[in-house]
Design a protein around this ligand. Structure first.
Ligand SMILES: Cc1cc2nc3c(=O)[nH]c(=O)nc-3n(C[C@H](O)[C@H](O)[C@H](O)COP(=O)(O)O)c2cc1C
Length: 117
């Protein structure tokens, strides 16, 4: 899992988020990715409510995931979400520890929303 390999294996659970992009009969499911995003968002909120942390990842070798789970063509893995308790940032390798303890910033609303009057 690239740079995620330094820490992700310590998580209690790694949840593979898979979008079912079509039915077995071949009918497309155009909202599959949207649905998966919502499912993972709600998983994250519920985990937080139960005192757990989540960390979503897309930096994953997907061909290995597809092979490990023998996924059919209509099952598209998009994210892996680590779920567990937060450990000390100091246990992470240098750059990752810095990122973990850096002040969190958010993009201003006008960079996220298209406003038209
Ligand atoms: C789709 C997606 C993929 C991501 N991929 C990775 C990843 O591969 N590795 C990683 O450390 N963070 C990744 N992130 C970022 C983290 O999940 C998280 O959003 C970020 O560390 C900010 O955390 P915060 O919201 O607690 O500040 C990804 C986020 C999203 C939404």
């Amino acid at each position: 899992m690239g740079f995620n390999a330094a820490w992700a294996h310590n998580a209690s659970v790694l949840v593979v988020g898979i979008a079912e992009t079509s039915s077995v009969e071949g009918d497309l499911r155009p909202y599959a990715e949207y649905d998966l995003g919502q499912a993972i968002a709600h998983l994250s909120v519920q985990a937080q409510a139960e005192g757990l942390a989540t960390h979503q990842m897309a930096g994953v070798e997907w061909d290995r995931v597809v092979a490990a789970f023998d996924l059919a063509d209509n099952l598209k893995p998009l994210t892996i979400t680590a779920v567990g308790t937060v450990d000390e940032a100091g246990k992470l390798p240098g750059a990752l520890a810095e990122r973990e303890t850096a002040p969190r910033t958010r993009l201003p609303l006008d960079e996220l929303v298209l406003l038209r009057s």
